[in-house]
Design a protein around this ligand. Structure first.
Ligand code: ME8
Length: 527
């Protein structure tokens, strides 16, 4: 039976245009979703936008438009970006949609009625950009926000609170019983030591200082705190508490696998508050919150509010979606911090995609045309030790790729495939097909060599197909592979029956003039 697999990205704030950091998370999510679909799982992939809050209200005022007009405009741009990157999300949730608002209000009422939410008064240190209250001990003597490091100010208001403290022990027990819940492990210790051990405080979950939010039905001068509102997207999108809960029943049950991808700036909300809200609602908890690192620019976190960003749109336009997707998943190990540099971007395309991968295809096709009139020769038993070695490498590559992808080691999985590509390039140098061609007695060895090369390319095409969407299709066309030979089920056999006709095509990734392109990307970063 197909495994049910639910994967989500954070829902991004449409407070300004998205940058390459957001694209990083969504692209990794897309690769994981496509991998699971490829191997036959039933996948539901959700992304969306988090559209309420004071920051958005203020930005809209500055622009002289209503908050709804403001977010509509930005969300259109976000959806276009995902379309250009061929992100395969099954749904796009907006927290301003009625389907979401209804769920948030129903949840608030339920939690109020069962006593988990109560009305009180809040006094604390408030960070406006992060929309977070902090305690004295958290902001320290300098009064700085624990999340973003900016200065906070004192604020006081009547507010609803959620009884977090009631659930602290249950949460710790859950962590203990589910050691895989938070990845990487180091993030878990950080959360326990910084937030839970010092005593989990009740969380202020309503605001009266602005109006752009979901009103509390019982007391409409309050709007629901943006994080309670936002986190509920993961279940409102599935139809929780709606007239049609069928997706919720399919993807939020004990048989499904639930995975949230989040950046390390929002770990706390996903591994403390979200599980506790779910416990209060008597719902199952996710299987995993995977915390990825952040991309920096010039040693600083890239952020919309700091304005030091590079936008993905012009990169896609100039280099194509596959190059951008490849760079994003390959360059920075998923789970660690990384940085965006134009030099590395150009080098990845030139070295990995143009030189190693694209060139292997070009050379192979040219040789099959030259030596076998463009028809992939039939399989003959491995005739050289090089053939045998390559077959071993192929088997290992596939096993490691599968293991890495299951463990969300996306970068490592790609590296395995690229090593296989390099190994195949080396195999050409070892096998010396140009010499085999000259020797009539070496015809079988030459046929075996071409068959192996086409086979490696076919396997790499399948393994890279969740990442290189267009290039993998072009590769299959150039190799003359029909659908039965491009499926996951056909992956394991390296050697081919043969008989396919290859076609010469455009290079998959034209080599870039490094200096010119680095200068171009630098100009984008200054814009
Ligand atoms: O936090 N590098 O939205 P947000 C890598 N609305 N990833 C980055 C990044 C960077 N420099 N900058 C942002 C919010 N991200 C909330 C989420 S979820 C219920 C609500 C990615 O627009 C990363 O995944 O600030 C991070 O966690 C997320 O965008 C934050 O997006």
């Amino acid at each position: 039976m197909a495994k049910k697999f639910y994967i989500t990205t954070p829902i991004y704030y449409p407070s300004a245009k998205l940058h390459i950091g957001h694209t990083y998370c969504t692209t990794n999510a897309d690769v994981i979703a496509r991998y699971h679909r490829m191997k036959g799982d039933e996948v539901y992939f959700l992304t969306g936008s988090d559209e309420h809050g004071e920051k958005i209200q203020k930005n809209a005022e500055l622009k002289g438009v209503t908050p709804q007009e403001f977010v509509d405009d930005i969300v259109e741009g976000i959806k276009n970006l995902w379309k250009n990157l061929k992100i395969s999300n099954d749904d796009y949730i907006r927290t301003t949609q009625q389907r979401h608002i209804d769920v948030v209000q129903k949840v608030f009422t339920k939690l109020l009625e069962q006593g988990d939410i109560y009305l009180g008064e809040y006094e604390g240190w408030y960070c406006t950009p992060c929309e977070s209250f902090w305690t004295d001990s958290q902001v320290g003597e300098k009064h700085l926000c624990l999340d973003c490091g900016r200065e906070v100010h004192k604020a006081k208001e009547e507010a609803y609170f959620f009884r977090m403290s009631k659930y602290a022990d249950r949460l710790l027990k859950f962590y203990e019983e589910h050691p895989d819940f938070i990845t990487p492990e180091s993030r878990k210790n950080e959360m326990i030591n910084n937030f839970i051990k010092p005593g989990l405080e009740d969380l202020c979950i309503s605001r009266t200082s602005f109006t752009w939010g979901i009103p509390v039905k019982e007391n409409p001068k309050h709007v629901v705190y943006v994080w309670l509102d936002a986190l509920l997207n993961y279940i409102s999108a599935l139809g929780y508490l709606s007239d049609d809960p069928s997706k919720f029943n399919t993807f939020w049950n004990d048989d499904s696998y639930i995975l949230h991808l989040v950046g390390n700036d929002i770990t706390r909300f996903h591994v403390i508050y979200w599980p506790i809200f779910l416990m209060a609602l008597n719902l199952r908890l996710p299987d995993k919150v995977f915390v990825h690192g952040l991309l920096m620019m010039k040693d600083e976190k890239m952020s919309k509010s700091k304005g030091n960003v590079v936008s993905p749109d012009p990169l896609i336009e100039r280099y194509g979606l596959d190059a951008v997707r490849y760079y994003l998943v390959r360059e920075t190990t998923f789970g660690q911090d990384g940085s965006f540099t134009p030099e590395q971007f150009v080098e990845r395309i030139n070295v990995d995609l143009a030189n190693d991968f694209g060139n292997l295809l070009n050379r192979t096709i040219a040789m099959i045309i030259k030596y076998f009139n463009g028809i992939i020769p039939h399989y003959v038993k491995p005739v050289t030790s090089f053939d045998q070695e390559l077959e071993e490498v192929g088997k290992n590559t596939i096993a490691l790729y599968k293991k890495d992808m299951e463990e969300l080691k996306v970068t490592e999985a790609i590296m395995e495939v690229m090593n296989y590509v390099s190994r195949a390039n080396k195999y050409i140098e070892e096998s010396k097909p140009w010499e085999l061609f000259k020797d009539e007695t070496k015809k079988e060895a030459l046929a075996s060599c071409m068959n192996h090369l086409a086979g490696v390319l076919r396997q790499c095409g399948i393994l890279l197909s969740p990442i290189l969407l267009d290039a993998s299709k072009k590769l299959f066309t150039q190799l003359g592979m029909d659908e039965s030979l491009t499926s996951w089920d056909s992956l394991d056999n390296l050697t081919l029956v043969g008989g396919q006709e290859v076609q010469k095509g455009e290079p998959l990734f034209p080599r870039l003039k490094a200096e010119d392109e680095i200068a171009f990307i630098k100009s984008l970063m200054k814009a």
